[in-house]
Each structure stands twice: as C-alpha cells, then as structure tokens.
Design a protein around this ligand. Structure first.
Ligand SMILES: [Zn+2]
Length: 48
C-alpha cells in the first residue's frame, strides 16, 4: 500500500498520508498542504 510520510516544515509534525495524486517520485519534495497540527497551510516535506 503506497504510504507517504509528510513532515511539516513549521512544527516538524509528521503524519502518514495515502499516496498523493500523481506519482511518488521525489524523495524530498516540498509540498504545500494543510497541517493538522498547525491548523494552517504550511510547506511539508514528503518522505518515504
Ligand atoms: Zn505543522
């Protein structure tokens, strides 16, 4: 099952997410998305 781990660049919170739309390609890919800990949209690093 494709799981990806996102690390918030702001709070350093990590949480697993299901595969994003598109394909998992880059290991350290910055993605701007909602952080459940910050309760705001922050840049996240995508990791395996
Ligand atoms: Zn955060």
């Amino acid at each position: 099952m494709p799981l990806s781990q996102m690390e918030c660049c702001k709070c350093r919170g990590k949480f697993p997410v299901r595969r994003q739309r598109g394909k998992l390609r880059k290991r350290d890919h910055i993605k701007t998305m909602w952080c459940p800990w910050c309760k705001s949209v922050t840049p996240h690093r995508e990791r395996f």
